[in-house]
Design a protein around this ligand. Structure first.
Ligand SMILES: *[C@@H]1O[C@H](CO)[C@@H](O)[C@H](O)[C@H]1NC(C)=O
Ligand SMILES: *[C@@H]1O[C@H](CO)[C@@H](O)[C@H](O)[C@H]1NC(C)=O
Ligand SMILES: *[C@@H]1O[C@H](CO)[C@@H](O)[C@H](O)[C@H]1NC(C)=O
Ligand SMILES: *[C@@H]1O[C@H](CO)[C@@H](O)[C@H](O)[C@H]1NC(C)=O
Length: 407
């Protein structure tokens, strides 16, 4: 491997990589001073730079970036420069000259660290695809190459398959990973000019299976129903629309501003919410999970969609008043989803009119009672008067009778 790294082809590749990665372009000195080689060094160590392949007998002069100011160093009798306890400032273009000022050799020094263990994580958005991404646990400052392969935990390494590394070198993809294997092993090797490191991880595909969130979530009001909302959504585009791979959906909703969600589950692509809070904008989200295996993961929540149930503006009193006078359960209840109605009252003019109506009814009742009392009193008095008149008449007739009676 070290032989490979010092080969000209490899150096060219590395130079190409490093040159394309370097943020600032290298200075373009005179033609005879272009760095002719690339040397890598381990930061915080002593690094020996040789003035050409063969030992030089005459004393030589070293320059860094065309300047005679060099980092902490020692010169050896054979013309080599030893840089001591290097840090980043020791990087650059070095050149050595003989005592007549003739350029003998030049090189570019790049400093960094050999690779350390990687932190690797894998995403499984459907049954046919795995993407594993990694990051250096410590910055190496050097360009690196990655190779990756995977296989079943108890599988012979000869049967392992490559995990195809992306051009960015930051992740690799597995197609048709084979869900029948319970545990898989992924091996990623990072190699840079200073060394190589292999990191292994074990993973269970079904534990990582996590769909992308459902797409095109839509929420609509239902005409004539102030507490209903119609919700629909689509499969994640990365999930096959096949009865072989069913999904279960989790829907949550709440009046905007409320801290508590209401929840529903569905195997369909749509449902109706029947208990929305009339007059309020609602926030609705949907997520998905493989329906067959409950040990798989829920997707992230979809984007929020905001919608208000249908409202009848023509009538004053709501036709479908689901939440009348009584208050909702205490705020600490986890399934509490609606704010107090007292706030709703001020929004809804119907309530005030209803109060006025009650007063009018009460007044009418009151006057009816008074009127009937007066009427019955009048009636009683009239009846009494009539009886008295009749009594008087009877008295008279009896007197007349008595008078006409023969004695
Ligand atoms: C670097 O060189 C200095 C001086 O020669 C020496 O004292 C020191 O031990 C060396 N350090 C390493 C890490 O080799
Ligand atoms: C020059 O001497 C140093 C030790 O002083 C040695 O490490 C190096 O290999 C020598 N370089 C050449 C080109 O002989
Ligand atoms: C020399 O130039 C390189 C860029 O080519 C730069 O990174 C480095 O810091 C420079 N070193 C000094 C000592 O100026
Ligand atoms: C599985 O997911 C990958 C990555 O998102 C996608 O490219 C592929 O088309 C999906 N496979 C199916 C069958 O949908």
């Amino acid at each position: 491997m070290p032989g490979l790294w010092s080969s000209p082809v490899c150096l060219t590749v590395i130079c190409f990589l490093s040159c394309s990665v370097a943020p600032s372009p290298a200075p373009s000195p005179a033609k005879d001073e272009v760095a002719s080689g690339l040397q890598y060094g381990h930061l915080k160590t002593n690094i020996t730079l040789a003035c050409g392949k063969s030992p030089v007998r005459t004393p030589v002069v070293w320059r860094l970036n065309h300047s005679s100011a060099l980092p902490w160093h020692q010169l050896t009798s054979n013309g080599s420069l030893i840089l001591l306890q290097t840090d980043h400032s020791a990087q650059g273009d070095y050149s050595c000259y003989d005592n007549q000022g003739l350029l003998l050799h030049s090189l570019r020094l790049r400093l960094g660290y050999p690779p350390g263990p990687l932190s690797i994580s894998c995403r499984v958005p459907n049954h046919t695809h795995v993407r594993c991404s990694w990051a250096d646990s410590a910055e190496t400052h050097l360009p690196a190459e990655y190779t990756a392969s995977y296989g079943g935990k108890n599988q012979e390494e000869d049967d392992w398959r490559p995990c195809v590394v992306d051009a960015s070198g930051k992740h690799c993809d597995i197609n048709q990973p084979g869900f029948w294997q319970v545990t898989h092993v992924l091996r990623v090797t990072e190699t840079n000019a200073l060394g190589s490191q292999t990191t292994l991880i074990l993973f269970k595909l079904y534990e990582l299976l996590k769909p992308d969130p459902p797409e095109s979530v839509e929420v609509g009001a239902v005409e004539g129903h102030p507490t209903r909302l119609q919700v629909s959504w689509g499969f994640p585009s990365s999930w096959p629309q096949s009865i072989a791979f069913p999904l279960i959906f989790h829907i949550r909703y709440r009046p905007q501003g409320s801290a508590y969600w209401s929840e529903l589950f569905s195997e369909e692509n749509q449902l109706t919410i029947y208990d929305a809070l009339a007059g309020y904008v609602h926030q609705v989200e949907v997520r998905a999970r493989d329906e067959v295996n409950q040990w798989t993961q829920w997707s992230e929540w979809s984007n929020s969609v905001f919608e208000q149930p249908w409202e009848d503006e023509s009538t004053l009193a709501p036709t479908e008043e689901v939440f009348p006078e009584e208050f909702f359960p205490s705020e600490t209840s986890p399934h509490f989803t609606k704010p107090e109605t007292s706030t709703q009252r001020s929004h809804n003019p119907g309530f005030e009119d209803e109060g006025n109506l009650g007063l009018v009814v009460l007044l009418v009742l009151f006057s009816v009672v008074i009127l009937s009392t007066v009427l019955s009193l009048v009636f009683v008095m009239w009846v009494k008067q009539r009886r008295q008149n009749q009594a008087n008449k009877q008295e008279l007739t009896s007197v007349v009778k008595m008078k006409s009676m023969p004695i």
